[in-house]
Design a protein around this ligand. Structure first.
Ligand SMILES: *[C@@H]1O[C@H](CO)[C@@H](O)[C@H](O)[C@H]1NC(C)=O
Ligand SMILES: *[C@@H]1O[C@H](CO)[C@@H](O)[C@H](O)[C@H]1NC(C)=O
Ligand SMILES: *[C@@H]1O[C@H](CO)[C@@H](O)[C@H](O)[C@H]1NC(C)=O
Ligand SMILES: *[C@@H]1O[C@H](CO)[C@@H](O)[C@H](O)[C@H]1NC(C)=O
Ligand SMILES: *[C@@H]1O[C@H](CO)[C@@H](O)[C@H](O)[C@H]1NC(C)=O
Ligand SMILES: *[C@@H]1O[C@H](CO)[C@@H](O)[C@H](O)[C@H]1NC(C)=O
Ligand SMILES: *[C@@H]1O[C@H](CO)[C@@H](O)[C@H](O)[C@H]1NC(C)=O
Ligand SMILES: *[C@@H]1O[C@H](CO)[C@@H](O)[C@H](O)[C@H]1NC(C)=O
Ligand SMILES: *[C@@H]1O[C@H](CO)[C@@H](O)[C@H](O)[C@H]1NC(C)=O
Ligand SMILES: *[C@@H]1O[C@H](CO)[C@@H](O)[C@H](O)[C@H]1NC(C)=O
Ligand SMILES: *[C@@H]1O[C@H](CO)[C@@H](O)[C@H](O)[C@H]1NC(C)=O
Length: 804
């Protein structure tokens, strides 16, 4: 008997133990003192009794950080319905951070070093325990089971059945699908009883006009005023009016909350939608309903639409996608819903430099509109006159034609959308060709203010990208501009021309642009050249030359020389874009040319065509002519060689490094010049006590010309016989013998143009005359190459050496 009693007692106490175990694991209850640690794995969360929901740390995608959140635990998606946040940003924490449940402050999140990162706010009273309810609500309760804090009262982007939003409450979107920072959209239950969807202008909280409203406004005496948004536990969502009536957000087929998980989420793209998911782990979330019907059609006067500025919204399903028009690109490539920027600078200043119809082409888009950016309306109009009117108007970025009306619009364009119901045509102006380089702007002498502009980097695609006509026009205008300035300078000596046509960069900027001087393009006589990208348009590649000489007390000279270089504008010169002059750091920023140096081109394994080489020769000659005679201050290059001649996208020759010789020679007497050109290309007067004139460049050009003709190095000790090692001597001998096929190595294309070949060789031989006075000027060289003037038989280039 006693045994039976003891057995019964034992069984009942066992039962008690079992029961307490059962309660501990299934009540969803969390005791004060419990903690969770942010580590990868499954031990980092608390479950609701049914196991439907989990509360704890979730590792963020592609990140070492963890987010304190609440999610559906049974479905593969593990969809997050709530997350801890500090207003603008999610409380993402490092591995090893701790969440403690304390009696005083409720939930407290601390970093591995013990710094408090987040806590459950506004707790008054002592917390007895926490509980994760099967509704998906995490509640902190006091001794009398009163709720002190619950996640339902601090919703993020999602509302669950059983949850309300009272007046003053709101849901907010996150930044993107994976970024939990605060986004631009909010669902607000306003104090006036109206439920609205709005965009806010970040970083302030300025609220734009709603793009959806329940229209339940009213003062508290009005029985139809809204009181709160309710998502009742059966899965119905409505605005509850004062009089108890329910205004359903959107009529839709009923989905049973018993067999489906339900949630309503304000998506990062501004669409507020209710979703359902089968309670068993099969299947996916599907949309029950969503508002607004077409979010692309929202019009937000003082803010962005769904998509960023200049972007175009297209509805796919019920969700928006954004795209930039052709000729525009994303400001932040990682944010497809963000702003688009034109890949060119559009505006009257830029347009002035070139005839309009050479810069732009028009792209036509059907049923596309940016309804809010017009500055002019024309009526009546035709599609053609609408297009033309915008085309000719430098303020106009796009024109929309619809029903005999033309709307001309300016940048930035906002609220862009595609909608087949629009029945409109859009004419967008886009620069022809690719984004090209910043062109220094010729200062306007009448406009003093512009002399102190810091944004002088301009994108003038005309100079590079379009027709020769545009090039000539632009060059002419630029040259005239500078000529004017140059003359004016004598009147107003303090005028700082440098500031007005070159951009001054900080060392930091260039360090950033070159990614810490990472990619070396080459080493020259003056320093190392690095590749960089300026953040203009979709990124402008540049070559940054770090000058490795520092001449003391030469600040003024440096600027003077830069000014001279900055004033040069010729299609056969590499353009200087800007400079950096900071302490000991002297850097020059040039346009980047994609096709490398003439040296690499000429002496590569495959021989470039005769035609290409001829064009390059003309280019170099014209570039030098410009330096010697056509720019405002004469520039002697002093180091013409194939390594200093670059090739652009179209294989035009572009002379580099001009103007630097003088910089380097500052403070140095002529005789001890450290720079003496490069062996093989150097005029003899460098070695004799003769004045250095433009003729040194003519000499070097002659050598380069022979290299271009023969595709051989001027000095080649390794690969050829001694007889052929010195190209100039060898060519002269072959010329005397009349052995043309040897000179061009039997190249048929060249031999077919024998007169041209002869002419070129003879010009080269004139250029390399030892006596500088015998060498022609570059102007004469150009004329001779072009066949405009006759080329006489050249004398022996080096009579002295052949004598000796
Ligand atoms: C977590 O648990 C789930 C289901 O129990 C399992 O599939 C998953 O592999 C676990 N993850 C880790 C990191 O242990
Ligand atoms: C949180 O809990 C852990 C483990 O229980 C404990 O070591 C730590 O001191 C607690 N931190 C705070 C701030 O209470
Ligand atoms: C959990 O939810 C149920 C049903 O909504 C409710 O009756 C219960 O009071 C909730 N528990 C807590 C602790 O909030
Ligand atoms: C999330 O977006 C914000 C705002 O655009 C940005 O500052 C932040 O770096 C982003 N976070 C991540 C992890 O990408
Ligand atoms: C509501 O009605 C009462 C009596 O009609 C009036 O005194 C009060 O000002 C009204 N309140 C508002 C907010 O209009
Ligand atoms: C939720 O609202 C619907 C529609 O008014 C109603 O039929 C249903 O009974 C409500 N459910 C609960 C639990 O109140
Ligand atoms: C759920 O969606 C994924 C991709 O979105 C799809 O591959 C899968 O087949 C869907 N599952 C069901 C049951 O529809
Ligand atoms: C645009 O509409 C015009 C006339 O309505 C039509 O001829 C043209 O093919 C359409 N263009 C595109 C790209 O759809
Ligand atoms: C718009 O006008 C420009 C300039 O006249 C013209 O070149 C272009 O073809 C026109 N485009 C359309 C679609 O009419
Ligand atoms: C523009 O640049 C891209 C990439 O740099 C190139 O693929 C494309 O051919 C260029 N287009 C023109 C018209 O030069
Ligand atoms: C340019 O303007 C800024 C302020 O707008 C001024 O600080 C600076 O001294 C000016 N520079 C010159 C060269 O006038």
């Amino acid at each position: 008997m006693a045994f039976t009693v003891r057995l019964l007692l034992l069984i009942s106490s066992l039962f008690l133990v079992l029961e307490s175990l059962f309660v501990q694991t299934n009540s969803g209850k969390v005791d004060v003192g419990a903690s969770l640690s942010a580590t990868a794995g499954n031990s980092t969360s608390w479950l609701s009794p049914s196991g439907d929901f989990a509360f704890g740390f979730r590792q963020l995608e592609n990140s070492d950080l963890f987010l304190l959140s609440l999610w559906y635990a049974k479905i593969p998606d593990r969809t997050i319905v709530w997350y801890a946040n500090n207003g603008d940003s999610p409380a993402a924490v490092a591995k090893g951070s701790l969440l403690n449940l304390t009696a005083d402050s409720g939930l407290v999140l601390t970093s591995p070093r013990g710094v408090q990162l987040w806590k459950s706010e506004s707790i008054s009273g002592v917390v007895a325990f926490g509980v994760l309810n099967d509704t998906g609500n995490f509640v902190l309760e006091g001794d009398n089971s009163e709720s002190l804090w619950e996640t339902f009262n601090y919703p993020t982007h999602t509302i669950l059945p059983g949850q309300d939003i009272e007046k003053g409450g709101k849901l907010r979107s996150q930044r993107s699908e994976t970024n939990f920072s605060k986004g631009r959209f909010e669902l607000r239950m306003q104090d006036d009883g109206n439920l609205v969807l709005v965009t806010i202008n970040l970083p302030t909280e300025f609220v734009n006009a709603p793009y959806y409203a329940s229209d339940t406004t009213g003062d508290s005496n009005s029985s139809t005023a809204g009181t709160k948004l309710e998502f009742n536990s059966s899965g119905y969502m409505y605005v509850l009016r004062e009089n108890g009536e329910k205004l359903t957000i959107k009529e839709a087929e009923t989905v049973s909350a018993r067999s489906f998980y339900l949630r309503a989420t304000l998506n990062f793209d501004g669409v507020f939608a209710q979703y359902s998911h089968p309670r068993d782990s099969s299947g996916n979330w599907s949309v029950v309903w969503s508002v607004p019907d077409n979010i692309c059609n929202m019009e937000v006067a003082s803010g962005l639409g769904v998509c960023g500025y200049n972007s175009i919204c297209t509805l796919q399903g019920q969700r928006p996608t954004c795209a930039c028009p052709k000729g525009y690109s994303l400001l932040d490539p990682n944010d497809p819903y963000g702003n688009c920027k034109p890949d060119f600078i559009q505006g009257c200043e830029e347009d002035k430099l070139s005839p309009t119809n050479d810069i732009y082409e028009v792209q036509m888009l059907n049923n596309t509109d940016w309804p809010l950016s017009d500055f002019m309306q024309l009526n009546p109009s035709t599609p053609e006159s609408c297009n033309q009117s915008c085309f000719e108007d430098c303020l106009c970025a796009v024109a929309i034609y619809r029903v005999e009306t033309c709307w001309k619009k300016k940048l930035p364009l906002s609220n862009g959308r595609v909608d087949s119901g629009l029945n409109s045509q859009a004419f967008i102006k886009v620069r022809k060709g690719n984004l090209t380089l910043p062109v220094p702007q010729p200062p306007n002498p009448d406009d003093k203010k512009r002399k102190n502009q810091t944004t002088l980097i301009r994108v003038g695609s005309a100079l590079l990208g379009t027709s020769i006509f545009a090039n000539v026009m632009l060059s002419a205008i630029v040259c005239m501009g500078f000529f004017f300035i140059y003359r004016k300078k004598h009147v107003r000596p303090n005028q700082n021309v440098l500031d007005s046509n070159l951009r001054s960069f900080s060392y930091e900027e260039l360090k950033e642009a070159t990614n810490g001087f990472n990619e070396e393009l080459g080493k020259g006589a003056f320093g190392v050249v690095y590749k960089g990208i300026l953040q203009i348009g979709s990124g402008v590649p540049v070559a940054v030359k770090k000058l490795d000489f520092v001449v003391q007390d030469s600040e003024k000279e440096f600027k003077t020389e830069l000014k001279i270089i900055g004033q040069t504008h010729h299609k056969n010169l590499v353009r200087l874009v800007g400079y950096c002059d900071e302490g000991q750091e002297r850097l020059l920023v040039y346009e980047f040319l994609s096709n490398g140096t003439l040296a690499n081109f000429l002496f590569a394994d495959t021989k470039p065509s005769w035609k290409q080489r001829i064009d390059i020769a003309y280019g170099v000659a014209k570039g030098l002519l410009y330096l010697h005679e056509e720019c405002s201050t004469q520039i002697i290059h002093c180091d013409i060689k194939p390594q200093n001649i670059l090739l652009d996208d179209y294989y035009n020759a572009r002379i580099a490094d001009f103007g630097l010789a003088k910089l380097l020679m500052m403070n140095q007497s002529q005789t001890q010049t450290a720079i003496r050109g490069t062996n093989g290309y150097v005029a003899p007067e460098w070695f004799r006590n003769l004045p250095i004139t433009t003729k040194v460049d003519v000499y070097s050009f002659g050598v380069v010309l022979l290299e271009v003709i023969c595709c051989r190095r001027s000095v080649d000790m390794e690969n050829v016989s001694e007889e052929r090692a010195i190209l100039t001597d060898w060519v002269y001998d072959r010329y005397l013998e009349g052995v043309w096929d040897a000179i061009v190595d039997n190249e048929m294309e060249a031999l077919h143009e024998k007169t041209k070949l002869e002419r070129f060789v003879m010009v080269a031989l004139w250029c390399i005359q030892e006596d500088p006075t015998l060498r022609p000027t570059m102007r004469k060289v150009v004329h001779m190459l072009e066949g405009v003037v006759e080329v006489h038989v050249p004398p022996c280039p080096s009579p002295y050496s052949s004598e000796g």
